[in-house]
Each structure stands twice: as C-alpha cells, then as structure tokens.
Design a protein around this ligand. Sequence first.
Ligand SMILES: O=c1ccn([C@H]2C[C@H](O)[C@@H](COP(=O)(O)OP(=O)(O)OP(=O)(O)O)O2)c(=O)[nH]1
Ligand SMILES: [Mg+2]
Length: 149
Amino acid sequence: MYEVRIKRLPGGEGLPLPERMSEWAAGFDVHAAVDEPVTLAPGERSLIPTGFAMAMPRELEAQIRPRSGLALKHGITCLNTPGTIDADYRGEVKVLLINLGSEPFTIRRGDRIAQMVFQEVPPVRLIEADELDDTGRGAGGFGHTGTGA
Ligand SMILES: O=c1ccn([C@H]2C[C@H](O)[C@@H](COP(=O)(O)OP(=O)(O)OP(=O)(O)O)O2)c(=O)[nH]1
Ligand SMILES: [Mg+2]
C-alpha cells in the first residue's frame, strides 16, 4: 500500500478531495475547482484547476484520464490523455479538458471532470549503444503485421 499525501489548496475549500466512487475503482474522481462556471465551445480547451496538490512516493506517477460518460455523452475528454503527474510535482493538479462534441459544455464547481489513476514507474536508466540485438519484428511497425485475421 502506497501512501500519498494530498493537500487541499485555498481554491479547493469546500470541495471533496479526489474520491473512489466504488470500492475497487481504479480511478479517483477529481472535482473542478472553478470559481465560476466555465463553458467550452465545440473545439475549445481549458486548463481546469482541481484545488489540490500531492506528494507521492517516487515509485509512482498519477495519470489524469477522461471519464467515459462525459466523453460519450458530451465529447468532453482530456486533450493530453493520460496526463502525467510526476512524483516530484508539488503544484496544483490541473485537468486539460477539450470539447470534441458539437454543443457547448459547461463545467461547474464540484463537477467530477476526470479521474486520477496511480501507476508504478519502474526504475529505468538509458544506456547508449551502437548496436541493438536482432528480433523477428526488426524495424517493422506502423501496420507491418496487417489487420486481417
Ligand atoms: O494533465 C496534467 C499534466 C501535467 N500536470 C502537471 C504535473 C506534471 O508533473 C507537470 C508537468 O507535466 P508534463 O511533463 O506532462 O508537461 P511538460 O510540458 O513536459 O512540462 P514540464 O516541462 O514542466 O515537465 O504538470 C498536470 O497538473 N496535469
Ligand atoms: Mg515534462
């Protein structure tokens, strides 16, 4: 079990902290900490504050992912999905929403706009090499194996 410290910022006063909406939910829903409603016209994007900051162990990252219901019903998604929250980031977590739907969409204070999923980040060191080992795939990619059965 990892422990993540979470700090409510002044902008998040009165809002719930991120919360799981079912017992085994992978994601903690995050709430919009906007003072006034924000309306996104079709095609428009906006960086929405959440009113909290975190300190997680260095083995973790947090991903900000869209909520499927908002995507299906309104075309609202995260432009940079999944957003990456680095373990050393201490600023306010923000959600970059974009309206890919055909109608304006309004975000109000407290709305659950996205979800945050924690992931382990394996320790990795890059080692520069002149040669790489051979594989069956080699350099084939981008549809190299086709689409049929
Ligand atoms: O959806 C997001 C994505 C990022 N961040 C914050 C936390 C993250 O640690 C930091 C940097 O994000 P990222 O590395 O994706 O952005 P960058 O454009 O590479 O900025 P930087 O140069 O600050 O790393 O911004 C968010 O609050 N929400
Ligand atoms: Mg970065």
